[in-house]
Design a protein around this ligand. Structure first.
Ligand SMILES: Cc1cc2nc3c(=O)[nH]c(=O)nc-3n(C[C@H](O)[C@H](O)[C@H](O)COP(=O)(O)O)c2cc1C
Length: 301
């Protein structure tokens, strides 16, 4: 059976991708999971300089989901290259780095550094983080600022260029048409949804920044709708994500048009969730005598 898939020029051995922020820099997940077995690992969001993130608390568990307010804490791109690239070089899996900035210049600066790193296969640009003051989701607020940023990044990124979208005011079909016009190689859909938690013991809102990003099974139907609409509007390959915790969940995303699937929150409680999901895809295909995962992509449309 053939489970290979493609994101533009980038071939993945299978469609299961670890999503950004839920597998660390690779070392953190590796004692629990053979990262050579996933289609790709996405590194947690990197900025040019180290970032200490938001003050605690940063995680809240809700029914069927998790709220996080990490605030894109990371060690900065130079330390990542020194400390983690040598480790990642001992694996053959695809490596996607996720980047963010507070303005166009800082996105461009980090992209310029990573595009020169041989071990990096793809650069995923986060324009959809709900947990930071500057940058993040503000870049997908309107088509003009998104188009300006992505156009400039396209000129500097020579790796597979992936744009990570989240819930936004703009029509997702219009966004996809714009990204296609700008020659983006792939999209990741979706980031987390702005949400709120309240602590009745203190009678206060739980997080210091008030809202936080909701992920996990609670957002799966919302994410499926976004992937459906995005892949209807454009042929840009899509990594579908949002609440995937089983092979069946993953198949739903493939059937609506995703070419790969991201596993995030499920990994936090079950580090081998991605392997169980891959096995679920395999057995579903083989039970039906379907020879290639390609044969089911978009079938539900
Ligand atoms: C703890 C945590 C940290 C995250 N950090 C990032 C990040 O650094 N960059 C990013 O683009 N998305 C980040 N995300 C979003 C996930 O990559 C993913 O898009 C989202 O959680 C939906 O998938 P899921 O429901 O499988 O978790 C984070 C999510 C969680 C739960």
């Amino acid at each position: 059976m053939n489970v290979k898939t493609r994101l533009g020029a980038l071939e993945l051995a299978n469609p299961v991708v670890l999503t950004s922020g839920t597998a660390g820099y690779g070392k953190e997940i590796s004692p629990y999971l053979d990262i050579n077995r996933v289609g790709a690992i996405t590194i947690k969001g990197l900025s040019l300089f180290p970032c200490s993130g938001n003050p605690p608390p940063r995680i809240y568990e809700s029914a069927s989901g998790v709220l996080n307010s990490i605030g894109l804490e990371n060690k900065g791109v130079e330390r990542f290259i020194q400390e983690d690239i040598p480790f990642l070089e001992t694996f053959s899996t695809r490596v996607i780095t996720n980047i963010w900035g507070t303005d166009e210049q800082s996105y461009l600066d980090v992209a310029r550094v990573l595009t020169l790193v041989e071990r990096v296969d793809g650069i995923e640009v986060n324009v959809s983080c709900p947990n930071v003051e500057k940058g993040g989701a503000s870049f997908s607020c309107d088509l003009a600022s998104l188009g300006s940023l992505i156009g400039k990044l396209r000129d500097v990124i020579s790796k597979t260029f992936i744009v990570k979208l989240g819930p936004m005011k703009e029509n997702i079909g219009d966004v996809m048409v714009l990204l296609e016009h700008l020659d983006v190689d792939a999209v990741s859909i979706t980031n987390t949804f702005p949400a709120l938690a309240v602590d009745v013991s203190t009678q206060q809102v739980y997080f210091s920044r008030k809202t936080a990003g909701l992920s996990g099974p609670a957002i799966k139907p919302l994410a499926l709708r976004m992937v459906y609409e995005a892949t209807q509007a454009s042929d840009i390959p899509c990594i579908g994500m949002g609440g995937i915790a089983s092979g069946t969940d993953a198949l739903e995303f493939l059937l609506v048009g995703a070419r790969a699937v991201g596993v995030g929150t499920a990994t936090l409680s079950n580090p081998v969730a991605s392997m169980e999901i891959l096995e679920g895809i395999h057995s579903w295909l083989s039970e039906r005598g379907i020879e290639s995962v390609e044969d089911i992509i978009g079938k539900a449309r």
